[in-house]
Design a protein around this ligand. Structure first.
Ligand code: HEM
Length: 421
């Protein structure tokens, strides 16, 4: 504890994790250039809310690179029964205000607004053309709680000022966003039930490693984009935006979103494992034997090379005593394509190292199938590998919460009915 009674860890929190007007004022004081303005022409923006790739920056190898700062707002609809047209208009106007304020890009703001099964329960009809199940536990060894807000807003930007300011503006705590007047807010329609934050990108995990779950030796490499020390999300190992898009029915152009909150415990990861063991567990033992991964893995280019890991994971695990995370997950593919588009990021919420594992897929079943492949229950049954020990990265993570959402196409993003005409 410091003299003022704030714990050292609390004090070291990033501005985005703190949020609110004081954090924003501190960031604005620090200043760092102008933020590009958005557009007055909503038709110029993609109909898919999740169409971010074209507007994302790319890394040196050409992979799409996710924005560095993230805010997730879990929102409750404050009205009784089904939303009125006035509520819809208010939400849509507020979102258009954001699009006018900030460029649809990594330097500006990218966002999505999705809706949960609990939201759609208020309508008599079922969700048309999309299976949107309640979240469930997805492994025999996990016991998560379930998120049941009505809506989930995901804000993303390379500029921490943008995500904090956009949130403040939507909640009515600020009259303007990037100097543009807000003509509407979420006030009186959508209320914040929970707020989660995070980051991804070289340098940020090392800067934010003073949290529970990361040993005090500050082991996170300076250039690591994620706490576990490896790059993730190579273009060749992601489903495309097309692949995850709902292709028929009134929600065509939308997608489904799964959000889990994962706690990381990296003591053993960093203090008992060698870099070779970490490569074996994250990728596969063959990658370690062949020295394929240098440092955080930038040398892999645009594909993790998981295609060259032995395909029969049970057989390879019997031989090696270890199963790789990517090796197991890659069993859930449709031809050459993974089924899910990962847009996950790290977090220090609650002073704990964690991951907000946000994933997009055509149907929630695609996520469930991928998670099953990653569980490696078959590997544990048929080899000396344990259910969590030596079984990819399962030993170092605990799933705390799960939630499912539908991201409607942009034209239906404001409090949609379950069965739009
Ligand atoms: C908890 C933290 C996690 C970390 C640090 C992590 C990290 C990684 C890394 C480094 C790769 C290899 C590089 C790449 O393909 O991008 C990978 C691949 C992958 N991971 Fe994870 N992962 C995590 C959790 C998960 C979860 C919860 C799932 C969901 C089931 C998942 C699904 C996948 C998939 C589908 C692939 C690609 C497999 C393929 O190439 O087909 N990961 N992950």
């Amino acid at each position: 504890m410091t003299e003022r009674g704030i714990s050292r860890r609390e004090f070291a929190k990033s501005a985005v994790a703190i949020g609110g007007t004081a954090a924003l004022a501190a960031c604005l004081d620090r200043g760092s250039g102008t933020v590009p303005d958005g557009t007055d022409d909503p038709a110029s923006l993609p109909e898919r809310q999740h169409a971010w790739d074209e507007s994302l920056a790319t890394d040196d190898a050409g992979n799409h690179r996710l924005s560095r700062h993230h805010v997730l707002l879990l929102l409750e609809y404050t009205g009784d029964g089904t939303p009125s047209d006035a509520d819809r208009e208010q939400v849509e106007t507020a979102l258009r205000d954001l699009e006018r304020a900030y460029e649809w890009s990594t330097e500006g703001l990218l966002f999505t607004l999705g809706y949960s099964p609990a939201y759609f329960d208020r309508f008599e009809a079922d969700v048309a053309g999309v299976d949107l199940p309640e979240p469930t536990a997805l492994a025999p060894f996990e016991d998560p709680e379930f998120d049941t807000p009505d809506a989930l807003l995901h804000l993303a930007s390379d500029d921490e000022r943008v995500v904090i300011e956009a949130e403040e503006a939507l909640e009515g705590n600020r009259e303007a966003a990037n100097g543009h007047e807000m003509t509407a807010t979420f006030e009186g329609v959508l209320r914040e039930a929970d707020r989660r934050t995070g980051f991804v990108g070289a340098g940020l995990p090392a800067e934010n490693q003073d949290v529970d779950g990361v040993p005090d030796s500050e082991p996170v490499p300076d250039d690591a984009p994620l706490f576990m020390g490896f790059k993730s999300g190579f273009d060749g190992n992601q489903a495309s935006e097309d692949r995850v898009t709902v292709d028929s029915g009134p929600f065509a152009g939308g997608t489904t979103q799964h959000l889990s909150k994962i706690r990381l415990q990296l003591q053993q990861w960093y203090e008992q494992e060698s870099q070779d063991q970490r490569v074996s567990k994250m990728f596969c033992p063959a990658h370690a034997a062949e020295d394929r991964v240098e440092g955080v893995g930038e040398n892999l280019g645009t594909d993790s090379g998981v295609g060259e890991c032995p395909e029969d994971v049970v057989e390879s695990s019997r031989r090696e005593g270890v199963a790789g995370h990517a090796q197991k997950a890659a069993r859930a593919r449709d031809g050459d394509s993974p089924l899910i588009l990962r847009r996950d990021f790290d977090s220090t919420d609650g002073g704990e190292a964690g991951v907000h594992f946000l994933s997009l897929q055509q149907s929630i079943a695609d996520f469930v199938g991928t998670k099953q492949a990653m569980n490696g229950t078959d590997v544990a049954e048929d080899s000396a590998v344990g259910q969590r020990v030596n079984n990819g990265i399962l030993q170092y993570m605990t799933v705390r919460r799960r939630g499912n959402y539908l991201l409607p196409p942009r034209s239906l993003r404001a409090l949609p009915p379950a069965d739009p005409a």
